[in-house]
Write a protein that binds this ligand. Structure first.
Ligand SMILES: O=c1cc[nH]c(=O)[nH]1
Length: 468
């Protein structure tokens, strides 16, 4: 087994993390339901209520619903392809990017930005939890709650994927009990809006046009992330579950995030005339609302820390050969998130998150285009994903230039320097641009930078496309 050949890889094998190498076939034992269950840890975050409620109250419920449908399709299609690639290769997007168009240093940069994204989200989600609890127990100082809840996610990540699976499995039924309670109480609470909720439209807004574009612009901050994230778990999928499982893992959680949670967010928001779920859930369920928030936020933050630890492991192995093991990075990610919360930085992350929304969607688009168009249709580059440094160039211009150009232009557009239309659709256009650039640069370089030397020990099962 290749992953046992070096000392680093032995550490991983004993921890079952495989943060630095692909998951060997004899450890791809998880069924599609278990993996979908883990990704529901992300999908059940009240963050998605908030997106739905804010969109509906600012731009109208029908625009929010159309935008949710758009997010389901875009994240679902990209997510399904990425899950398929992860399950076939045994790699997450960090590893896959090395041989999937970026080179090993190129892939380190994507890993670093990806890790920073999860750490920021961990801090943002952590603050939602801290404020919900502080609301009920104002005597407990905020800094203490930050330290307690910031520390809690570290041991919950200690034993990797199996622990995550158990945690998400046991907490999901409790989540649904709270959710049904909130819906029931909401029905019993007089609505602030008398007509059917989907007819809600604030003054000066209309169906479609700028209002719809602004909703789509809000969704773009997160669509790329939800398409990419399942790859951390799908690499453990049993090979016999790949066919139907790729769709289940790649698509169903998107329906839940944007459709169910987002849809309920629209409904709650309009009914209660309140955009902040931290306020309305507590209003509906009292202390139960604080417990519900605690549950959803712990569920999402264990996945945030898990994904950041994998990405940090990748970055530091690739760039400085520092391989202390994934648990070390769990602690680092947890501590940085706490520092962000304690420093009050979470109120100033807007520009960083705008850039990351564009960046992540472009990255997902490059991985999908590299596989579907470059490898499958144009037969350029190797037919398998290589992750070992000795076979790779540091940089592959295909992914690296496509990502740099599209992310830069996309961010400039998203910040409003190219007009309103491009501001709201920036991530989409960056992703389209990234896809086109991937094809153009791959055909210009004729796949030269995918592999430094020929790989002679490729397992037949790892070949995704016959390129020769
Ligand atoms: O992956 C995600 C998505 C939304 N919010 C998070 O905290 N993490």
């Amino acid at each position: 087994m290749r992953s046992e050949e070096t000392a680093d890889h032995q550490i991983e094998t004993t921890e079952s993390d495989h943060s630095l190498s692909k998951v060997p076939y004899n450890e791809r034992k998880m069924g599609w339901l278990s993996i979908t269950n883990i990704t529901f840890g992300i999908a059940t975050a009240i963050f998605y209520f908030q997106i739905g409620s804010v969109m509906a109250l600012q731009f109208g419920a029908i625009n929010a619903l159309i935008s949710a449908a758009y997010a389901i399709v875009v994240a679902g299609v990209m997510g399904t392809v990425i899950v398929y690639l992860s399950a076939r290769s045994g790699m997450n997007v960090n590893l896959m990017s090395r041989g999937g168009g970026f080179g090993y240093i190129g892939a380190s940069l994507t890993s670093l930005i990806y890790a920073s994204n999860f750490i920021m989200y961990c801090a943002l989600e952590g603050m939602i939890l801290v404020f919900a609890v502080h609301e009920f127990f104002p005597v407990i100082p905020v800094w203490l709650l930050i330290v307690v809840f910031g520390t809690l996610v570290i041991p919950l990540n200690w034993f990797g994927i199996k622990q995550l699976d158990k945690l998400q499995k046991w907490s999901l039924p409790i989540f649904f009990i709270f959710l049904f309670a909130a819906i029931t109480v909401s029905f019993m609470t007089p609505s602030q809006y008398d007509a059917p909720f989907w007819t809600y439209m604030p003054e000066g807004m209309q169906i479609g046009g700028t209002a719809l574009l602004l909703c789509i612009g809000m969704q773009h901050g997160i669509v790329g992330l939800t398409a990419l994230i399942a790859s951390d778990y799908a690499r453990f999928l049993k090979p016999e579950h790949i066919k139907g499982g790729s769709f289940a893992i790649g698509f169903i959680p998107q329906i839940f995030c944007y459709g169910v949670m987002g849809g309920l967010g629209i409904w709650f928001g309009v009914r209660l005339n309140e955009p902040n779920p931290g306020v309305y859930i507590v209003h509906l369920l009292g202390i139960g609302g604080a417990l519900f928030t605690m549950l959803t936020q712990v569920r999402i933050n264990v996945t945030n820390i898990y994904s950041s630890s994998l990405s940090l492991s990748n970055f530091f192995e690739n760039v400085v050969k520092f391989t202390p093991g994934r648990r070390f990075w769990v602690v680092v990610a947890g501590v940085i998130a706490m520092i962000l919360m304690l420093g009050g930085i979470t109120d100033h992350l807007d520009a960083a998150l705008t850039f990351q929304g564009v960046f992540l969607m472009s990255w997902a688009a490059i991985l999908v285009t590299d596989f579907v168009v470059v490898k499958r249709m144009m037969k350029i580059g190797p037919g398998h994903y290589e992750e070992r440094q000795e076979y790779l160039y540091k940089w592959n211009p295909v992914g690296v230039w496509s990502l740099i150009i599209s992310s830069l232009l996309g961010t400039i557009a998203a910040l409003g320097y190219m007009g309103t239309f491009l501001q709201s659709t920036a991530a989409f256009f960056a992703a389209l641009l990234a896809a086109v650039l991937t094809i153009v640069i791959a055909s210009m370089t004729k796949g030269r930078y995918y592999l430094k030397t020929e790989v002679k020990d490729v397992d037949e099962r790892d070949i995704l496309v016959k390129t020769k």
